[in-house]
Design a binder for this molecule. Structure first.
Ligand code: HEC
Length: 155
């Protein structure tokens, strides 16, 4: 009985080890992984949704988190894809700043105005960069039934 268990344990160990090897062919796993720009943008689209709903429902803590995620993704995009003209990315700076301010002040009207500006800036770059067919809009219905966007406590 005991040796049986040992075999099971060592098998699991072997599977984990080979999985780890597949994950990191050259050593450090994340250092070798460069996400496609389209994938960074896909993630940004999700965050754009979530940020919108967090703001709408006055979940300022979540809104702040999602805004940070968007900032990180945009930073990744310019760092990893220097082909993106910097001027197209700088049009994001002002709406991002205004959103940060609205979140800090917990001001739904300022948030909503800044969110529309952010969305226009997304499209501004898409148009400038020959991807005018990717049109982003302020979301109209909640995409995620698997996440709660209302704040735990009423703001
Ligand atoms: C500075 C330029 C720039 C900005 C700003 C920008 N994008 Fe993009 N986006 C691109 C480029 C370039 C592509 C095409 C990527 C590709 O073809 O690999 C793209 C593609 C996309 C796609 C298509 C991805 C897919 O798989 O369908 C979505 C969605 C998207 N962007 C959302 C956004 C959102 C939301 C914002 C604003 C929060 C935004 N983008 C801001 C440059 C930008």
């Amino acid at each position: 009985m005991k040796s049986h268990m040992l075999i099971v344990v060592s098998c699991a160990g072997a599977i984990l080890t080979s999985f780890a090897a597949a994950q990191s062919p050259g050593g450090l796993p994340s250092a070798n992984y460069i996400p496609h720009l389209g994938d960074i943008m896909g993630a940004t689209q999700l965050r754009h949704f979530k940020l919108s709903f967090a703001g709408k429902l006055r979940n300022w803590e979540l809104a702040s988190y999602e805004l940070d995620q968007i900032k990180d993704s945009l930073q990744d995009a310019v760092t990893l894809y220097p082909g993106i003209p910097v001027t197209d990315m700088t049009i994001m700076a002002e709406p991002v700043r205004l959103l940060g301010e609205a979140i800090q002040k917990k001001d739904p009207r300022k948030f909503s105005a800044a969110f529309s500006e952010l969305t226009a800036a997304c499209n501004g770059c898409h148009q400038a960069i020959g991807r005018g067919f990717i049109v982003i809009q302020v979301p109209t219905s909640s995409p995620f039934s698997n996440q709660i966007f209302e704040p735990a406590a009423k703001p």
